[in-house]
Design a protein around this ligand. Structure first.
Ligand code: CO
Length: 292
């Protein structure tokens, strides 16, 4: 399918934040880039973590059994292997390039454990909020193998892995992502650019859009707004973005989605609209009915 290319009104780089080193689960060392806040600046994105280490001590404890309610978690592995298990006996082995898109909704209790004792473990976990109307739906999984994620090789070098959303190329060719049917219409692209490359990508005008650079550096607007590895930048006002590289290559995630615009109340692994709903989640977890 193709659409007629039009001139894009390019977004500019606004807020830039640096990932903070922290630990979560059973002592897994990670870089937290987006963390849940009442202001919810990146609506509907609630959290973005990057884990990357070749030291077993940094990750071996994994994330033992813990609950979630009210949102989606997206795990994308770049290297290593992770075993996922939930309270219903569902099990998935995530390996390099694989994605697990888990809609926790009403509730799940799961563990996410490294399946290796040495070697590099690298990946991302993103939390995407759900609208009130979907927070109490049954949970749902989409496990996507690396081979099933469309990859677009760019003529000037580099490539885009289209995990979710549509990528519209310069000639109007549309590549549809592996994940569909999510009401916030998320875009999740893993983009690798060669040195000296420029790439324009259409983004829906109403969407929140952020770039997270995990290797190298990239210029993310036409005003010399530069992001280096470990930085996330929000791109605002427009229906397209332009990325360019200098002497070095760059690896980055482009995340975009329709904001939900509802109140966000978060406590640990629960994200709801009101304090009463959070209290209910804790009661349901205690009573064994959060995840049934
Ligand atoms: Co989890």
């Amino acid at each position: 399918m193709t659409t007629k290319p039009t001139t894009l009104r390019l977004r500019h780089l606004d807020k830039v934040i640096n990932g903070l080193r922290t630990s979560d689960g059973a002592g897994v060392k990670l870089k937290r880039i987006i963390s849940p806040t009442p202001s919810n600046a990146f609506d509907p994105f609630l959290l973005l973590d990057e884990f990357a280490s070749d030291e077993a001590a940094d990750y071996i404890g994994g994330f033992p059994d813990h609950p979630h309610r009210g949102f989606e978690t997206v795990t994308y592995m770049l290297a290593g292997a992770m075993l996922h298990r939930d309270h219903l006996g569902n099990q998935g082995h995530l390996r390099a390039g694989d994605v697990q898109w888990m809609t926790a909704a009403h509730g799940i209790i799961h563990s996410e454990m490294p399946e290796q004792e040495d070697g590099l473990l690298q990946g991302f976990q993103l939390w995407i909020n759900l609208p009130a109307s979907e927070k109490m739906k049954p949970p749902h999984y989409q496990d996507i193998a690396a081979a099933d994620i469309p990859k677009v090789d760019l003529t000037a070098g580099g490539y885009i892995k289209v995990i979710a959303g549509d990528y519209v190329g310069a000639d109007g060719t549309v590549t549809t992502g592996a994940v569909a049917g999510v009401s916030t219409q998320p875009v999740y692209f893993d983009i690798v650019l060669s040195p000296g490359q420029q790439l324009s990508i259409p983004v829906a005008l109403a969407h929140t859009a952020v770039i997270y650079v995990y290797e190298g550096r990239v210029t993310a607007d036409t005003d010399n707004g530069v992001l280096i590895a470990g930085q996330l930048g929000q791109l605002v006002a427009g229906d397209g973005i332009v990325l360019s590289t200098g002497d070095t290559s760059a690896k980055l995630l482009l995340l975009a989605a329709q904001p939900i615009g509802e109140p966000v109340v978060q406590a640990g692994p629960f994200v709801m609209n009101t304090t009463a709903e959070i209290e209910q989640a804790f009661r349901d977890y205690r009573d064994g009915v959060l995840a049934v």
